[in-house]
Write a protein that binds this ligand. Structure first.
Ligand code: NAP
Length: 315
């Protein structure tokens, strides 16, 4: 073998070795708990998830990560892993009993707090002016942060008007960047507005391919309140992940039912917060910004609306 040939063989071997190390790290690093997510290995890259400007100017990612029912180390690992693949918005609540683990997952990731958009919610039992303050401070402590990006009234029950007054005060004090509501109908929104000094920035409501919430959709748009979809997959109920209409559309774009659903939320301008404990689903759910649903595809999804909740046990 001549020298030139030998050098090119060495370069090729070196390249293959480096590629193998890189590929192995890409596959295994995220599963190595402390080394991948330690504070000495902070995540520096900015996320590429598009944002929407709320009615107070605060940018909110249009795609985030739900944490309902995630507990203990599964919650901690999922949150850290979600951050490592690019999620920046995390949705939790006092009611979920997991703020401590959301907080430790964030800590484990090593990300800077300012890069995140953290939402929590005040539960019905803590409704009222003073109780809301205590609940808010407990949430901060558990999450290991000194402010929230978004704080919501979880349900329009109890003394939610008292809660709202406290949330307005906390907002004015700079402890919360935006305040909002969840599970409010247009009539309940109007009732709150009869006493509110600050307009809610967000209303988080059940929305998915089988429940489009058209009344709320137009009402919130008219009032400049951002709609956010909880259960953006209806938790898979009514066969969402195997629905034929979504599958036919997905086939044209080489996308799954989950991706078509999330793209539909995105094209409606609705923030979605899917939950998953599987890394492969975390990545799949993020991968929705490289295709577009046509008008006729959006119309085909409109026809799936059953105009009723898939969670009657919660209403
Ligand atoms: P969801 O996000 O509609 O569905 C979660 C289910 O979808 C999980 O079983 C998950 O399983 C599966 N999944 C995720 N990605 C998938 C994919 N690519 N392919 C196939 N299956 C997939 O349900 P949700 O958690 O009820 O709703 C989302 C978030 O909204 C909650 O976590 C919570 O933060 C919020 N929420 C708020 C309220 C409220 O009252 N404000 C109520 C409910 C929920 P795997 O883990 O196996 O992927």
């Amino acid at each position: 073998m001549d020298t030139k040939n030998q050098q090119s063989q060495i370069k090729r071997r070196d390249f293959l070795q480096k590629s193998a190390v890189f590929a192995t790290s890409a596959i295994f690093l995220p599963f190595l708990n402390n080394s991948a997510f330690s504070a000495s290995n902070p995540i520096k890259s900015k996320s590429s998830i598009p944002t929407v400007k709320l009615n107070n100017g605060l940018p909110m990612p249009l795609l985030g990560f739900g944490t309902y029912s995630l507990k203990d180390e599964i919650c901690e690992r999922s949150v850290a892993e979600a951050i490592s693949v690019g999620y920046r918005l995390f949705d939790t609540a006092t009611r979920y009993g997991n703020e401590t683990f959301v907080g430790s997952g964030i800590k484990k990731s090593g990300i800077n707090r300012e890069e995140l958009f953290i939402t929590s919610k005040v539960w019905v039992d803590d409704s009222g002016y003073e109780k809301t303050k205590m609940a808010f401070e407990t949430s901060l402590k558990k999450l290991g942060t000194d402010y929230l990006d978004l704080y919501l009234i979880h349900r329009p029950r109890g003394d939610f008007k008292g809660s709202w007054r406290m949330m307005e005060d906390l907002y004015k004090d700079g402890k919360i960047k935006a305040i909002g509501i969840s599970n409010f109908t247009p009539a309940q929104y109007a009732d709150l507005m009869s006493v509110a000094k600050i307009k809610p920035a967000v209303n988080q409501i059940e929305t998915h391919a089988f429940f489009h919430e058209m009344d709320s959709y137009s009402d919130l748009k008219k009032n400049g309140v951002q709609m956010e979809a909880w259960a953006p997959f209806a938790e898979g109920r009514n066969g969402l992940f195997t629905n034929q209409t979504l599958a036919d559309i997905g086939k044209k774009h080489n996308k799954s039912n989950a991706q078509v659903s999330l793209r539909w939320h995105y094209q409606r301008g609705v923030v979605a917060i899917p939950r998953t404990v599987q890394r492969v689903h975390m990545i799949e759910n993020l991968n929705i910004f490289d295709f577009k649903l046509s008008e006729s595809e959006m119309k085909a999804i409109s026809a799936l609306d059953l105009n009723k909740s898939q969670f009657p046990e919660w209403t």
